[in-house]
Design a protein around this ligand. Structure first.
Ligand SMILES: [Zn+2]
Length: 343
């Protein structure tokens, strides 16, 4: 069975939108016909903003928690992609201004993004103007095209587009494999706006500051600060619970962290972990793990430890206190060993 997710907005007030689910019939083709009929039937005073067809039951319900006035966060599962979580494994932020909404990270599939759109319609009728991606990883970026289909601008680090293009085929094939048929509608989006250094976006009475960082978790990490509430969205520059994953530079990450920890904020939002945490205190366990990896890797290199043995030992004892130590502890050990080998 399929259903149509139909969003209509008033022409006189484009900020007044609503999303409804309609029965779309037994096949995708029938659903597309029904979607067309519904869109055509929209009143002259209204505009059909979007009408994707989704298989019934494949759009997860996405819970948003209000952590400050107008600031909502969805907590993703601590897991890798699978057919049950549909890619809902990373945190997502939603910031509501007077004029429009910004979404910070996009979930790991079109299905998650569709669930998120329905959840956003529960809290506001304002249109989504910006989809900000904190970095390239699939669990944060795969829902972007769906979220932006209504006209939102996709924004990321200046190096995001190249990074996505380089891993596109690999990422899509792997996610298809892990999530299964429900992933079928997902495709990678292309950023509309690249942040070289920093920029601001105005949601109406609410300005978000976006900062592009040097290589750390990845080479395209971006943070978002909402001045009004003092909320700092750190993406995967902050992990809690889920073992931090190094896909850039461990030394770079520690340097970026020094700077971020000096930034006062009323709360931080991690890429993985609770919806809101004390900042900078919450970075403590992650910093300790990264520093342990560095010191153990330096000692191992000094002692001439073979790389295979390093992968199986470095940082593993401290990784055991985290979730998802397997599969990421060995990968981190290898990455750090290779980075520090040439110091
Ligand atoms: Zn990541």
């Amino acid at each position: 069975m399929f259903e149509v997710l139909l969003t209509v907005c008033l022409l006189a007030d484009p900020a007044a939108c609503r999303t409804e689910r309609h029965d779309g019939g037994a096949t995708r083709e029938a659903c597309a016909v029904e979607a067309g009929r519904l869109a055509a039937a929209v009143g002259a005073d209204q505009q059909a903003e979007r009408w994707p067809c989704v298989a019934t039951g494949t759009t997860p319900s996405i819970a948003l928690t209000e952590i400050a006035p107008g600031v909502f966060v969805h907590q993703g599962h601590h897991a890798e992609f699978d057919p049950h979580n549909l890619g809902d494994v990373a945190n997502i932020g939603v910031v509501v201004g007077n004029r429009s909404v910004a979404v910070i990270d996009a979930g790991g599939s079109a299905a998650v993004a569709q669930g998120l759109l329905a959840a956003i319609r529960e809290i506001t009728a304002l249109p989504i103007s910006h989809v900000v991606l904190t970095h390239m990883h699939p669990d944060h970026s795969f829902g972007a095209a769906t979220l932006a289909a209504g006209g939102a601008e996709i924004i990321g680090h200046a190096k995001l587009e190249r990074a996505l293009a380089a891993r596109r085929e690999h990422y899509l094939a792997r996610a298809r494999d892990m999530i299964g048929p429900a992933f079928a509608e997902t495709d990678l989006a292309t950023p509309d706006l690249a942040v070289e250094d920093s920029t601001e976006i105005d949601l109406g009475g609410r300005v978000l500051q976006l900062v592009a960082h040097a290589t750390a978790h990845t080479d395209n990490d971006l943070t978002v600060y909402d001045r009004e509430s003092g909320t700092l969205f750190l993406g995967d520059l902050l992990f809690l619970g889920h073992l931090p994953v190094i896909d850039g530079s461990v030394l770079g990450w520690l340097t970026v962290l020094d700077r971020l920890e000096a930034q006062p904020a009323r709360r931080g939002v991690p890429g993985h972990g609770p919806v809101a945490v004390a900042w900078p205190e919450a970075a403590g366990p992650m910093r300790a793990y990264l520093e342990t990896l560095v010191s153990e890797a330096r000692a191992a290199i000094e002692a001439g430890m073979p790389i295979g043995e390093a992968a199986e030992t470095l940082g593993h004892r401290s990784a055991a206190a985290w979730l998802l130590a397997d599969p990421f502890a060995a990968r981190n050990a290898l990455t750090v060993y290779k980075e520090l080998e040439w110091e």
